[in-house]
Design a protein around this ligand. Structure first.
Ligand SMILES: Nc1ncnc2c1ncn2[C@@H]1O[C@H](COP(=O)(O)OP(=O)(O)OP(=O)(O)O)[C@@H](O)[C@H]1O
Length: 303
């Protein structure tokens, strides 16, 4: 069984607005992270994959099946909606049962599947809780139950951790990882931490184009040896930001401890260029290990 999503030369225009431009992506089984700033085209890409939006050009195959066979694609994919407010008056069991009706399940199937799914997402004990009384995390888990009830091979999750507290966020990520053991879970987010913690393979989308695709370790290697930590006078912060990509700032009194990305050691560089540039006094800059946020900022800045 071909467990992958293959996207070739995918372009999407909304009228004159180009939302995706010549996107090529191979998404293997497991958790795949799609990272990008607001407006990059993530939602558009996810909606195309779930047949909610039509592509303009290009070819997409999900587990070997072309997107044009929309009935098959819909059976194969599950989409996690952000909003359950319209089911506020129903409890968890009723809402899931209702959604299962909409996805075409008969009564006998639902009787087995609904409790099974609630159990899987740890909501069985809370089945009588009304949707409107649920926390953000509970609603997301109900969303997952709904997305996997017809046992799809692909689950598409758009910005799932927005509005969750840290504990709920971790719990929800763990649930996604569990689900991804024998499926493709495509997770779109602008929160770098979501990707770092869970996805081995990722792509970065910016202004409708893929600017990186590969393993998290490969992304990190783009900035290996380029990330420095140093101290400057807090008053020099603005000047420094004009000349360096600053990815972290911790100000204590009149001193700022900063993290910067630079192709050369900024300490040496300052010495060499002292005469030409306004002076910023760096204490010795120490090279540090890059994190995903550094690499992401580096790529965005390059663009
Ligand atoms: N129906 C539409 N009509 C016109 N333009 C649209 C439509 N939907 C999206 N766009 C535009 O296409 C671009 C990509 O939007 P999209 O929602 O896919 O981005 P995104 O990465 O999901 O961003 P966000 O995280 O803000 O949702 C944006 O510039 C957006 O304004």
């Amino acid at each position: 069984m071909d467990m992958s999503i293959e996207i070739r030369n995918l372009t999407k225009n909304y009228g004159r607005k180009q939302a995706l431009w010549d996107v090529n992506l191979s998404i293997p089984q497991g958790m795949f992270g799609l990272l990008g700033p607001n407006g990059a085209g993530k939602t558009t890409l996810m909606k195309i994959l779930t047949t909610l939006v039509k592509k303009t050009k290009g070819e997409v195959r999900i587990c070997g099946e072309p997107l044009e066979n929309s009935r098959k694609i819909r059976n194969m994919t599950g989409y996690l909606p952000q909003d359950f407010s319209m089911y506020g008056n129903m409890n968890a069991y009723e809402a899931l049962d209702y959604l299962a009706v909409l996805s075409g399940m008969n009564k006998a199937e639902r009787k087995v599947k609904v409790p099974q799914m609630l159990e899987k997402v740890n909501l069985l004990e809370k089945r009588k809780v009304k949707v409107r009384a649920m926390s953000g995390g509970m609603k997301r888990r109900l969303g997952i139950a709904q997305a996997i009830i017809h046992d799809p091979k692909v689950i598409v999750v758009d910005e799932p951790t927005a509005g969750l507290d840290p504990e709920e966020r971790v719990r929800f990520r763990n649930l996604l990882c569990e689900i991804a053991k024998d499926r493709i879970v495509l997770l779109s987010t602008h929160i770098v931490g979501d990707i770092e913690a869970t996805c081995e393979n990722i792509a970065i989308l910016n202004q409708g184009e893929i600017c990186f695709q590969g393993k998290v370790t490969e992304l990190l290697s783009l900035v290996e040896g380029k990330v420095y930590r140093t101290e400057i006078a807090a008053a020099d912060l603005e000047k420094t930001k004009e000349r360096y990509l600053v990815t972290g700032i911790l100000t204590t009194g009149s001193t700022a401890n900063i993290k910067i990305i630079s192709d050369q050691n900024p300490f040496l560089q300052e010495k060499i260029s002292e005469e030409k540039l306004p002076e910023v006094k760096f204490s010795a800059a120490k090279q540090v290990k890059p994190d995903v946020e550094d690499a992401y900022m580096y790529l965005m800045h390059k663009k």
